[in-house]
Each structure stands twice: as C-alpha cells, then as structure tokens.
Design a protein around this ligand. Structure first.
Ligand code: FAD
Length: 369
C-alpha cells in the first residue's frame, strides 16, 4: 500500500481540528477513530471562549451552543458563591460538536477510517517514517503520525508511556437532563472526594458531569447508591438530581483519569490534546487546549519540511503554552472534594473575588485567533 502523507490517530477535538487545518492547506490526511460519529463522551461540555474567535474564523464554530457568562460554586455543605466569568464560554454537547467538525473535515477531503483501532506505531529511521498497526490486521505506512487518542488508550501501553502503569483514583460520570436551572451559568458543586459540573448545552438540555472516587463506587457498589450516599450530602446536588428529567438510559462512565505529566512528542509522534497531558476538569478548558494543540501541530507541520524541526517547534510551543497551566490546574483541584478546602474555596470567591479570578486566569489562555 502506498505511504500515507499524514495519519492522525483519534478523532476527538484535537484530531479533528488538526485534520481540518492540514487538509484545508492541501495535505493528504487520514484519521483513524475507533468509534463512529455522532457519539456521546464523558465531558462537562463547557468550552472556554479562548478558542471562540479561532473557531469562528475557521468556520468551525457550532451552530446552536449556549452562551455561559457566570460561575457558581458550592461547598460540600451547600454554601454558595457566584462570580461573573471574565472570559466566559459556551455549552455544546460533544455529540453535536464532534459530529459537526467531522462533517467539516469531510468537506475539505479528510479520509476517515472509522470503527478501527490503532494498536501500535513503529518508527523507522533514515528516512524517518512510520508503520501504524490497525486492529483490522492492516499496517499503514505514514510520513507523519499525530497521536490524538485522548487521555488513555491501548496505544499508550504499546508505546511504553510511563503514566500507563499508574492506577488513577478517579471515575467520570455524565448525564444529559432537562432541568429548571440557569442557562447562563456553569456550576461546580463539591461532594466528598469530587465535584460535579452543571451547564446548559444545546436545545434546552443540561449536562451533569462529575469526577468522583473509584473507592466510593467500590464501597457503595453501584452508581445510584454512590450518588445517594455521597453526592446528595450536598443539598444543591440532591435538589438537582431529584428534579432533573434524565435523558440517557444509563450514564456515560469512564475510569482511569490520570493527570500525570506526559511528553508532547514521543518516539517522533506529536501528541495532541489529552494525549500530551490532561488539565483537571474543573478548569473547564481541556477542550480548548485540545483545539489549540490541533492548531499548533498543524502550524508546525505546515511551516517546516524537516521532521525534527516540526517536532522541536511543536514541543517548544506546547511547553511554553500549557505546562504551567496544567500544573496550576492540579494545584487548584486540591481546593475541591473536601469539607474545609471547599468552604475555603467558596469564601475565597465570596470575599476575595479578585484572587479567585486571578487563579482562574492562570489556567486559561488569551483569545486564540
Ligand atoms: C469528567 C470530565 C469532565 C470534563 N469536563 C470538561 C469541560 O467541561 N470542559 C472542557 O473544556 N474539558 C472538559 N474535560 C476535558 C475534555 O473532555 C478533554 O480534555 C478533551 O476531550 C480532550 O480532547 P482530545 O481530542 O484530546 O481527546 P478525546 O476527546 O478523548 O478524543 C480522543 C479520541 O481518540 C479515539 N481513540 C482512542 N484510542 C484510539 C485508538 N487506539 N485508535 C483509534 N482511535 C482511538 C477515541 O475514541 C476518541 O474519539 C472533562 C474531562 C473529564 C474526564
């Protein structure tokens, strides 16, 4: 089989944005995605406005998102603090957003290999090129490979990435609900060991998504019991869960959510989005970072002909833009999921809103055009 110019493994936001920009500039691009669009994913579905100008400019801004301008926080005991958001964001389901980007990619000629998993990537040197092993038994030769396969994939194991051996304490759970709640607000409600985000997406639907402890699920045996025994201790969450009309038969659930450091380039593969490192969800900008890495990777590929120059440009751009944001995000997460810390966070927002805003700012970027 002839060598493919660019192969992107994973068709989430990072993979789709990079595929779109590269194909639009005349590159021949193949995306391997293990699912097929549209599909639901565990995600809070609040997108920071830092990427809005870029999405509008590229014709990638979805049609019917909900504008979000306010932030609400509650402690374990239900104490509330509210703050206007300096930058703000929009709510859109991944079901709609990823599907919309997929259709835009098809329009500019991206080739998709759906319902297919990449199992491994091997590098051949002199000249540098790649073999991508698929679960169909095929092996694709590629001139360049971008890894956009999310926070954790079996390909991480095949590539011997160190974080893969660590067990994570967290699980993620997501629902779509109809609810009488403020559409202009993203709320974060604390509970013992975690926090739950609520915001509107499209068509009057709300996303409820929480990061909880694997140990709590083990202790209480199943998700409804864990929610009753742990989440409902926060009266705000109890009211939301009891008044919502739940639209899924069962929640979307993931485990092994790991916030460890990763490298933006591994074995000559450029890592994008969560595959390069995941920011803690409460910062509400993992999607914006995924989009930005897609743009950065495409810019490096389009600027340089030599593979090592591409790697170096992308690595430097990634480290200077995201390394500190991810590390501050890990620090801020310590203010969540425990009684005293969450009371402190609520007091900080209520009495020292300037400091709270400065901390938020540190985990977000400037407007991306
Ligand atoms: C509980 C929770 C809440 C969150 N809330 C928010 C929020 O409100 N706002 C926000 O901005 N961010 C949020 N995030 C983070 C956000 O979801 C991610 O940062 C973002 O989805 C990363 O995009 P990505 O393209 O890197 O990866 P993904 O969106 O995960 O896409 C990766 C894709 O690769 C595919 N794939 C994986 N392995 C293979 C393989 N071997 N072969 C082929 N395909 C493969 C997968 O099927 C998937 O489609 C949240 C995360 C969690 C866990």
């Amino acid at each position: 089989m002839a060598q493919k110019e660019i192969v992107i493994i994973g068709g989430g936001l990072a993979g789709l944005v990079s595929a779109y920009l590269l194909a639009k500039s005349g590159k021949k691009v193949w995306v391997i995605e293990k699912k097929s669009y549209p599909f639901h994913r565990v995600c809070g579905e609040y997108v920071s406005n830092e990427v809005k100008p870029f999405l509008i400019k590229e014709g990638l801004f979805p049609e019917n998102p909900t504008a979000i301008t306010k932030f609400r926080l509650s402690s374990l005991s239900g104490k509330i603090a509210e703050l206007p958001l300096d930058m703000g964001g929009f709510g859109i389901s991944r079901y709609s957003f990823d599907h919309f980007l997929y259709l835009r990619c098809k329009e500019v000629g991206v080739h998709f290999q759906l319902q297919t998993q990449a199992l491994d990537v091997k590098v051949k040197k002199m000249p540098l090129n790649f073999s991508v092993f698929l679960d169909t038994g095929e092996v694709w030769d590629a001139g360049l490979v971008l890894g956009a396969f999310g926070k954790r994939s079996r390909i991480d194991k095949a590539m011997n990435r160190p974080f893969i051996e660590e067990r994570s304490a967290y699980i993620g759970v997501k629902y779509h609900v109809r609810l009488d709640y403020d559409t202009d607000t993203v709320a974060l409600h604390n509970f013992e060991g975690g926090y739950c985000g609520i915001n509107a997406v499209e068509n009057g639907i709300f996303n409820i998504c929480y990061l909880g402890e694997r140990a709590a699920l083990k202790k209480f045996g199943n998700i409804p019991a864990m929610e009753r025994e742990v989440l409902f201790k926060n009266p705000r969450l109890k009211a939301i869960f009891e008044n919502g009309e739940f639209l899924f038969d069962k929640p979307e659930v993931i485990n092994e959510i790991n916030f460890s450091n990763k490298n933006p380039v591994e074995n000559h593969v450029l890592m994008l989005g969560d595959a390069a490192g995941m920011i803690t969800p409460l910062c509400g900008n993992g999607m914006a970072i995924a989009i930005q890495t897609g743009r950065m990777a495409a810019a490096s590929v389009l600027k340089y002909a030599n593979h090592l120059d591409i790697e170096q440009a992308y690595s430097l751009a990634w480290i200077s833009t995201f390394k500190q944001r991810l590390s501050i995000g890990r620090g801020v997460q310590k203010l969540f999921g425990a009684s005293l810390a969450s009371d402190f966070a609520v007091s900080l927002v209520n009495y020292f809103p300037f400091f709270a805003r400065q901390i938020m700012k540190q985990t977000h970027g400037e407007d991306l055009v």
